[in-house]
Write a protein that binds this ligand. Structure first.
Ligand code: BGC
Length: 448
C-alpha cells in the first residue's frame, strides 16, 4: 500500500495543477511533473518483472472502425447504442501520444488491441498498411521501454465475418486462425504477452442480469436489421450471440489461434481474458453454483493449458434464486450502475488461480466514475486486496488498469468514464487525471 504520506503528497501534487490540459507536453516529457510524485515507501515489493499497465481496445479508442460489426449495429435505427463510436479517441492517429503517456506515468505495460476489421476489411483482402500501423505501435513501445500486451480480438469482428454467421458457424473459425497467423507474422517479435480473446464469457455472465436478459429479443432484432443492411442472410455479433451457440467454436478458435501464433512466435506467452465478478450467494436460496457451471467452468477448462489467465474484474454480483440481485438501496454505485466494490479483485484472482492452476495476469480492473477521488480509492482498495492474495503465494504476473482513456464504452457510448486520462470529445486533447499519477506511483515503487 502506498503510505498515507505518499498518498497525501500525490494528491497535493495532483491538485496543484495536474488536472489541467497539459498532456501533450506531459507525454513529451516537458511537464515539470513526475519527479514530484515520490515512490511508495511501504508495502510488499513485487517481482521485478511485474507488469503495471493501462489498457485500451481498438474499437473503443481508434475511431472510424467502419468495417466492423459494431459500426453496422451502431448505425441502426433503433440501435442499442445511444450514439455511434465515431472518432472515438482518435487513437488511430494519436497512438504515439497514448504510448508516451503510459511511459510518462511510470507504467511499464500498454495493453492494446489489433482490429481484425482493419487488417482484413473484406474477406481475404489484407491491409498491409494496417499491419504496419500496429507494428509501428509495437516498435514505439519498445523504444519507450514498454512491454506491450496485444489483444488479437476484443469483441469486434469484421462485418463480413458477422455476415457469415460469426462465431455461430464452426467453419468460420478458419478465418480467425488465418487472421491470427497473418498478424503474428506481421507484428514481429516486439511483444511477449498476448490475448486471443477478450472476455468470451461476458454474454453468458450478463445474461444473469435481468435487464440484459430482457434486452435479448431487441438484440436479435438488431442482428436481423444489420443483416438487411449489409445484404446478407444473417448477422452475428460477438456480444449478442447466444453463448451456447458460440462456446465450442470460440474454444476451438482459441486453441487453434494459440497454435497458429506459437508457430510464428513459440516464445510468446498466450492466454485469454475472462470477465470474472466476485460471485456471492444471496442468503437463502441462490443459483450461484448453477451460474458458475454456466459462465465460468467451461472456460476454466478451455484455459487449462494456457501460459496464463487474464482476469478482468469490476465488482461483485450477489446471485439470487434465478438471477443476480440488484445492488441494495443506499450502496455507492458506479456510472454503470454497479456497486462500488473494489475488494472483488482479490477474491476473483484467488478463485481463478485455484480453479485453473494457471498464473494470473490482471488484464482489466477499474471503475466508471466522473469523481476521480473515487477512482483513487478504488485503486487503493483493489490493490490492497490483490496484495493479500500475492502474500498467500498466488502467482500474479501483473496489474493492468482499465482504461488508459475515457473511451467508447459500448452501449453507454461516452457516458461512462473509466479513464485514467480524460479525452476532450471535440479536440481529443488528453488530460491526465490524478488517479493516473496515483497508479503510476505504485508502479514506480513496484510495491503494493
Ligand atoms: C471490456 C471493456 C469494457 C470494460 C468496462 C470489459 O468488459 O473488456 O471493453 O469497456 O469492461 O465496461
Amino acid at each position: 500500500m502506498i503510505d498515507a504520506m505518499t498518498r497525501r503528497s500525490v494528491l497535493q501534487t495532483a491538485s496543484a495543477g495536474f488536472a489541467t490540459a497539459f498532456s501533450a507536453d506531459f507525454a513529451a516529457g516537458a511537464a515539470p511533473a513526475l519527479a514530484a510524485v515520490p515512490a511508495a515507501k511501504s508495502g510488499r515489493v513485487l517481482r521485478p518483472d511485474f507488469l503495471w499497465g493501462a489498457a485500451t481496445s481498438g474499437h473503443q479508442v481508434e475511431g472510424g472502425n467502419v468495417n466492423s460489426d459494431s459500426w453496422v449495429t451502431e448505425h441502426l435505427t433503433p440501435s442499442a447504442f445511444p450514439e455511434p463510436s465515431g472518432d472515438a479517441c482518435d487513437s488511430w492517429n494519436r497512438w504515439r501520444e497514448d504510448i508516451a503517456l503510459v511511459k510518462r506515468l511510470g507504467l511499464n505495460t500498454y495493453r492494446f488491441g489489433i482490429e481484425w476489421a482493419r487488417i482484413e476489411p473484406e474477406r481475404g483482402e489484407w491491409s498491409m498498411a494496417a499491419l504496419a500501423h500496429y507494428r509501428a505501435m509495437l516498435d514505439a513501445c519498445a523504444e519507450a521501454g514498454l512491454k506491450p500486451l496485444v489483444t488479437y480480438s476484443h469483441f469486434t469482428v469484421p462485418r463480413w465475418f458477422a455476415g457469415l454467421g460469426g462465431w455461430e458457424v464452426a467453419a468460420n473459425v478458419d478465418h480467425f486462425v488465418r487472421f491470427c497467423e497473418m498478424a503474428a507474422r506481421a507484428l514481429g517479435t516486439g511483444y511477449a504477452h498476448a490475448l486471443t480473446f477478450n472476455e468470451p464469457n461476458l454474454t453468458a455472465q450478463l445474461l444473469w442480469q435481468r435487464d440484459f436478459k430482457a434486452a435479448a429479443p431487441f438484440f436479435a432484432m438488431g442482428n436481423a436489421e444489420a443483416a438487411k443492411r449489409i445484404g446478407t442472410e444473417r448477422f452475428s455479433s460477438t456480444l449478442t450471440a447466444p453463448p451456447e451457440a458460440v462456446f465450442a467454436n470460440m474454444a476451438s478458435a482459441h486453441h487453434r489461434a494459440i497454435a497458429a501464433i506459437k508457430s510464428v512466435r513459440p516464445d510468446v506467452q498466450l492466454g485469454l481474458s475472462l470477465a470474472v465478478a466476485d460471485e456471492q450467494a444471496a442468503p437463502g436460496e441462490s443459483a450461484r453454483a448453477a451460474k458458475i457451471v454456466q459462465v465460468y467452468q467451461p472456460w476454466f477448462e478451455v484455459v487449462a493449458r494456457d501460459d496464463f489467465v487474464g482476469v478482468q474484474t469490476y465488482g461483485r454480483n450477489v446471485v439470487g434464486r434465478e438471477a443476480d440481485l440488484a445492488p441494495p438501496e443506499g450502496v455507492e454505485l458506479t456510472e454503470t450502475g454497479m456497486e462500488f466494490y473494489p475488494e472483488a479483485l482479490g477474491a476473483t484472482v484467488r478463485w481463478v488461480a485455484g480453479a485453473t492452476g494457471r498464473p494470473i495476469l490482471v488484464t482489466e480492473n477499474g471503475v466508471a466514475t466522473s469523481d476521480d477521488t473515487r477512482r483513487i480509492a478504488y485503486i487503493d482498495r483493489a490493490l490492497a486486496s490483490l496484495a493479500k492474495v500475492i502474500a498467500e503465494g498466488v502467482d500474479v504476473r501483473g496489474y493492468v488498469h482499465w482504461s488508459l482513456l475515457d473511451n467508447f464504452e459500448w452501449n453507454r457510448a461516452y457516458t461512462a468514464h473509466f479513464g485514467l486520462v480524460a479525452v476532450d470529445r471535440t479536440t481529443f486533447a488528453r488530460t491526465v487525471k490524478p488517479s493516473a499519477l496515483h497508479l503510476g506511483a505504485y508502479a514506480r515503487a513496484n510495491r503494493i
